[in-house]
Design a protein around this ligand. Sequence first.
Ligand code: PLP
Length: 383
Amino acid sequence: MNSIYFDHAATTAMSPEALEAYIEAATAGPGNASSLHAHGRTAKERISLARDLFASLLQCEASEIIFTGSGTESDNSALYGAAYAQRKRGRNRIVTTAVEHHAVLNACRHLETQGFSLTVLPVDEYGRVELSDAMAAIDDTTAIVSVMAGNNETGTIQPIAEIGEWARKHKAVMHVDAVQAFGYLEINLKELPIDLLSLSAHKINGPQGVGLLYVRKGTPFQPTLYGGSQERNRRAGTENVPGIVAFAKAAELACGQLQRRRNHAEEVRGALLVKLQEELGPGQFVMNGHPDERLPHILNLSFAGISSESMLMNLDLAGVSASGGSACTSGSLKPSHVLSAMKISSERVSSAVRFSFGLGNTREEANKMAKITATISARLRNR
Ligand SMILES: Cc1ncc(COP(=O)(O)O)c(C=O)c1O
């Protein structure tokens, strides 16, 4: 196993607290929250407590929260749920951005095949959408606007509050994928003009395979999964009780320690940048993404003249886990759609590496990683 894990944007280890909560719920005995007997009532109570906790963390009502099986499911359900419901009201347009996760982009493209018209907003060289582009694209025929809070490859933050205000003016549903931002950015749904919000447990030291979709009361929405009447008829399927309980524990810690998490990520990220400058010298790498409007735990760098694949393979051999882009994209050799949308050179796109930080990472690891990178760069450049 690699000794340095700098890929927390792909997934995180469960925290001891979340794991303990998971094990406690998983070993307490069977319990289907739909069953009327005592075991079922206990399961239902566990889910209800988790829902109440999320409601207080997000400043919304418990009835507005739907537990899902992943961030991907939350994104898909949000888009399909609102798009089809809005079509019944004569709204047929979808607006999104070129840098969304594939869970959003591919769902939008699927909706396009179902007769919806799709506008994909461009971004600037930092990966940020221009508010004026969003304002020009959103009108009274818009069904749903989907813009992510913080990008999973570059960390760039989008102006979701401003775009949401404009969407609201036009009675378009506003969806925000906050899978990477949650636990790093304050999300107050009382204040933010957001109708639908997607979260995922495994990005905040909770378990894999659990997500959450917030649906503001009154939002046009129809279910994607049909079956039982779970989640108030909005998402059929037996709930993952231990997963939901552990997700709630992870979220409680992530939000309760938000500033500490931010500081810690900034510290490791900053140390890595300083040490890389020192070890590699000037002009040997360039940062991709916005320098200020960004999540603290993601750092995307292009190393001049070295392909992403070579760097990642060599880092892996040296005991460092990093990534070439989003987890799904990095499995293939396709250039990142996020970086490609950013109007940066193709050389820069094909030499990008994403480092992402989280629980357990240290400055010492950052220093060690920078040294390893310098050795790899020198070796690859001397070939
Ligand atoms: C921004 C963003 N949205 C959605 C997802 C999908 O979440 P999940 O892995 O839970 O399906 C990810 C995962 O990488 C992500 O980074």
